[in-house]
Design a protein around this ligand. Structure first.
Ligand SMILES: NC(=O)c1ccc[n+]([C@@H]2O[C@H](COP(=O)([O-])OP(=O)(O)OC[C@H]3O[C@@H](n4cnc5c(N)ncnc54)[C@H](OP(=O)(O)O)[C@@H]3O)[C@@H](O)[C@H]2O)c1
Length: 415
């Protein structure tokens, strides 16, 4: 994405006197309006239409520029009253260690907003965090952990220094894995990590998207810098992540081959926009060849890395694979790095919490969410919510579905 970022920076420089509100993302229906408001707009529009990936990046970049300066943010969260939350006090099986408890309601610190959570969604990271995967060797978190990192809600209060959001704004976010999550009545969250939620979508349908869209964006746009007209194979097309990777990849002009193993997941992948489906329970290379693609330009591994060596053999020369969980020594031993080197192939990582965790342009996170909201309101991105629970008290049931390995799309709970 380096080239793209340089290009977007150049745009920012050439338009220094242009109000930032005119730098809209290139989504259908907005191009005409942008041409009317931006001097030299037709050249820019042509560029943006030719490259939707860069257009999305531009929006994230301009939002980052707008929020730059908001550097102070919370390290300490205060409290005011109580609330219900899903907490973990000792690592283990999520169905055993997640419990609903009364905790203190947070107060937004400088740079944060306090959100009244309306709907939340589950992800594998919930049960992985509950199991202590992110704290190897530890038996319990230092402080009780509030899990959950996918939310749509309403801003109740903006903390000091926050100018982009105010009480009453409908927002959405995934959040920061190093801080309390959103399976709770309220969350205090860094304002740089949120955006306004899509106006055309319910809180429940919106809550399904933040974490997975962010990951799909990172893999496709930032890390692999996918190019229109190329091919991608999405391993695990029907999960929460694969469902949005398929949609975004289609929007970016790729031919998408996805994998699914059941009738309902095959139909779901087609509904998400996949051009071809193969079965991940069987050998992959021959199925891909049969579908007309002996190799693919990109591969999005929306599953564990137990087949990493086999997956890399599906890549073309100069091909790229994005993985979504860390590859351990056992996984890496299956990879023929010499052939990868000769074929000039790349292995890239997605970890959507990385920006917040390492303070690496966290503004980009809110910017990407704002781009996603535009894509939703333009009818390009659809919700991936399939299973809905009516109350946070049903979290155990929801987590069981999430842990079953058979979740299709996303599981959402009204708080
Ligand atoms: N790096 C990041 O930032 C990030 C973000 C989000 C997710 N992730 C990771 O991405 C992975 C997928 O997440 P998710 O939310 O999509 O999971 P998920 O919703 O639990 O995925 C469920 C799907 O997995 C499929 N599946 C089961 N066994 C499979 C196999 N052996 N090979 C391929 N697919 C299989 C099933 O499809 P069938 O029923 O058709 O078999 C099922 O529909 C997880 O490991 C998660 O931790 C990482």
């Amino acid at each position: 994405m380096l080239g793209a970022r340089v290009t977007t920076q150049r745009f920012a420089q050439t338009s220094r006197s242009t109000p930032l509100k005119t730098l809209l993302p290139a989504v259908p229906g907005h191009a005409h309006r942008r041409d009317q408001t931006f001097a030299g707009g037709s050249l820019r529009s042509a560029f943006l239409q030719a490259s939707p990936a860069l257009a999305l990046g531009l929006h994230a970049w301009t939002r980052a520029a707008r929020l730059r300066g908001l550097r102070r943010f919370a390290s300490a969260e205060g409290t005011s009253g109580g609330m219900k939350a899903v907490t973990v006090s000792k690592y283990g099986d999520a169905t055993q260690v997640m419990e609903i408890t009364d905790v203190e309601k947070p107060t937004p610190a400088a740079g944060q907003v306090l959100v009244k959570n309306v709907a939340i969604a589950t992800n594998p990271i919930d049960y992985k965090a509950a199991a202590g995967v992110l704290a190897p060797g530890a038996e319990a978190p230092d402080k009780r952990l509030i899990v959950g990192w996918d939310c749509a809600g309403v801003v109740e209060k903006a903390g000091e220094g926050v100018t982009d959001f105010q009480a009453g704004d409908n927002v959405w976010f995934a959040g920061d894995i190093t801080k309390d999550g959103c399976f709770a009545e309220y969350t205090a969250i860094d304002a740089r990590l949120i955006s306004k939620k899509p106006e055309s979508m319910s809180f429940e349908d919106a809550a399904a998207l933040p974490l997975t869209f962010q990951t799909a964006w990172e893999g496709l746009v930032e890390q692999m810098n996918v190019q229109k007209g190329k091919t991608i194979f999405v391993l695990n097309g029907a999960g929460g992540l694969g469902s949005i990777v398929i949609q975004l990849a289609k929007h970016l002009g790729l031919t998408v081959i996805a994998s699914a193993s059941r009738e309902e997941t095959v139909s779901w992948c087609k509904k998400m926009g996949a051009d071809h489906i193969i079965n991940h329970r069987n050998e992959l290379k021959s199925q891909l060849a049969e579908a007309g693609y002996p190799t693919v330009d990109y591969l999005f591994n929306a599953h564990e890395n137990d087949r990493l060596g086999e997956l890399i053999q599906l890549l073309s020369v100069d091909g790229k694979i994005a993985i979504t969980f860390f590859a351990n020594r056992e996984h890496l031993e299956t990879v023929d790095f010499q052939t990868m080197w000769m074929k000039r192939q790349s292995l890239v990582h997605t970890f959507m919490f990385g920006r917040a965790m390492f303070d690496a342009n966290p503004e980009m996170v809110g910017g990407v969410m704002a781009s996603c909201a535009k894509l939703v309101d333009s009818g390009i991105i659809k919700s991936t919510a399939t299973t809905k629970f009516k109350s946070l008290t049903e979290i155990q049931e929801a987590i069981k579905v999430q842990m079953s390995g058979k979740a299709m799309g996303k599981i959402v709970l009204t708080v």
